[in-house]
Design a protein around this ligand. Structure first.
Ligand SMILES: [Mg+2]
Length: 176
């Protein structure tokens, strides 16, 4: 069976709305969408402080599941070995939060298929689904870019906008 490495944040878990609320609370105003198009919200000059919420215990614990992710992962598991590959060591508290989040929402992903790492270039698989171009740049297999507000201007990778398109991509792959 071929292996797929699936990212968590912005692919399985919807981080952007919670981060936006943190921005509003900390910076004291609501940014217009065009202000953070093509970049991470906390890279805005006034928002350095917003990034600190990512270090807080619990930030990653209650994120909503991305639409279609549950059904999408289940479908992929019928045809592939699915590994969750998430960068979790930069924000040490995210590690436990993410593990618990998977238990709650994706209990069918066994612990052996959960890879909590730092640099994803260590990962070997046939496919990687990720919203960060820098992870796909160093990946040896086929990289698939999952659309997020910060990557809309990226054109080097095959792009999917949602989980329906993920499944469509893999249906086509299997017909090759
Ligand atoms: Mg991500």
């Amino acid at each position: 069976m071929k292996r797929i490495a699936v990212d968590m944040d912005e692919v399985m878990a919807d981080v952007a709305p919670k981060l936006l609320e943190a921005f509003v609370e900390i910076v004291g105003r609501r940014p217009a969408p065009e202000e953070f198009r093509g970049q991470k919200l906390y890279h805005l000059p006034e928002a350095k402080l917003v990034r600190k919420v990512l270090f807080e215990r619990g930030f990653f614990a209650d994120l909503p599941v991305m639409e279609g992710a549950r059904e999408g992962i289940a479908e992929l598991q019928r045809h592939y070995e699915v590994f969750i590959v998430t960068a979790a060591t930069e924000f040490r508290n995210s590690l436990e939060d993410k593990f618990d989040w998977l238990d709650r929402h994706f209990p069918n992903i066994p612990w052996k298929n959960r890879v909590f790492c730092g640099d994803k270039s260590i990962v070997q698989a046939d496919y990687m689904i990720d919203d960060h171009p820098h992870n796909l740049e160093v990946f040896q297999g086929k990289g698939i870019l999952f659309t997020a507000y910060h990557n809309v201007d990226e054109h080097r990778f095959e792009r999917v906008d949602d989980w329906e398109q993920v499944l469509e991509f893999f249906r086509k792959e299997r017909q090759k």
